[in-house]
Design a protein around this ligand. Structure first.
Ligand code: SF4
Length: 336
């Protein structure tokens, strides 16, 4: 066993502090930050924070995307979901599996995490921590510097690579000890605590379940689109996404690709852009025009249609000033 470790660094306070505590013992630490198709806005900010944190700590950073493999974990987690569609236990196991691979590549001997016993309801309970460690294949090789005294000594502690007496005994939800420690180390680059990924968001959960149910061959781009616009399941094989503001309209245009989606633009009025995936006919076009007209406050909207064969058509619908009730009632899903 050598004095080299991989530290899982989210960019949040606990992970930054854990990294620092281990560095203080003369360990060569490389930070590892995971990104995912389900990263929330706050998590993306934390990613930037991770970059700033490693610069403050003076260590290297490996960025790793969880990739399409993680979708299978979300679809059918062995240990089930939390309150929404968040498979936190399986997610932690997945990340640790990946970490183990990187540990081998980097010839590091152990892994550091920012876990604090009892801080999160699902993944940071003693029993789940044990399950996660066992399933990851890293038994004895995970060091939790902030909560180490609540666990049996890890292998690096047993082998004298780490001095157990210099590890900590934090537990529970209070962050006061962590803030004190950050002050002691004069650390300023860390993200605000709390918050999960988009899988913990009930609205996102609704949209993801819809995607799993109706689109068996969805792409990573379809996943990315779940965070943008208003979503309408018009039929089993047809979904419409409507921008809520100019930034979302631009994003929809940038994500549009001819082979996968049909796009709709308002003509002569200031309204949303929409993109559609699936089958479409005159009924669908009329409904789409009405929805765009509803949000663009235009009772007789004219729209242009860019279909997958590259042709551009115009379509005028009959005047309708209100949104179809059935859409408001059942199929609309606001983006998170
Ligand atoms: S909140 Fe999301 S990223 Fe965090 S452990 Fe749970 S599933 Fe994984």
């Amino acid at each position: 066993m050598n004095k080299k470790a991989i530290s899982l660094l989210s960019g949040g306070l606990d992970s930054v502090l854990s990294t620092k505590v281990i560095m203080e013992q003369g360990i060569d630490v490389i930070a590892l930050h995971f990104t995912s198709p389900f990263s929330s806005k706050r998590e993306k900010e934390r990613g930037l924070q991770a970059v700033r944190a490693v610069s403050e700590l003076g260590i290297g950073l490996i960025l790793k995307h969880k990739g399409p493999e993680f979708i299978d974990v979300v679809r059918s987690p062995r240990y089930g979901y939390g309150k929404n569609i968040n498979p936190c236990i399986d997610c932690r196991i997945f990340m640790l599996h990946k970490t183990r691979e990187i540990m081998e590549e980097e010839q590091a001997s152990f892994v550091v995490t920012g876990e604090v016993l009892g801080q999160r309801p699902m993944s940071q309970r003693r029993d789940t921590i044990r399950i996660i460690e066992k399933a990851s294949g890293l038994e004895g090789l995970i060091v939790r510097p902030l909560s180490a005294m609540h666990f049996s000594p890890s292998i690096p502690e047993q082998e004298g690579i780490l001095d157990r007496d210099k590890l900590l005994d934090f537990s529970g939800r209070s962050r006061t000890p962590q803030f004190r420690l950050a002050e002691k180390y004069n650390l300023t680059e860390f993200g605000s605590p709390g918050g999960g990924c988009l899988l913990t968001d009930p609205i996102f959960t609704k949209k993801l379940k819809d995607l799993f149910e109706y689109d068996k061959a969805f792409t990573m781009k379809d996943l990315e689109l779940l965070s943008i616009g208003r979503h309408f399941r018009l039929r089993a094989d047809t979904k419409l996404i409507v921008g809520r503001n100019e930034a979302e309209n631009d994003k929809l245009i940038s994500l549009w690709s001819a082979h996968a989606y049909i796009s709709f633009y308002p003509i002569g009025f200031s309204g949303p852009v929409a993109i559609l995936k699936g089958a479409f006919d005159d009924d669908i076009i009329n409904t789409t025009a009405n929805i765009m007209g509803y949000y663009g406050k235009n009772e007789s909207p004219v729209i242009s249609i860019e279909s997958n064969n590259g042709t551009v058509n115009r379509h005028v619908v009959e005047k309708r000033s209100i949104m179809p009730e059935e859409l408001l009632a059942g199929t609309q899903q606001e983006a998170s």
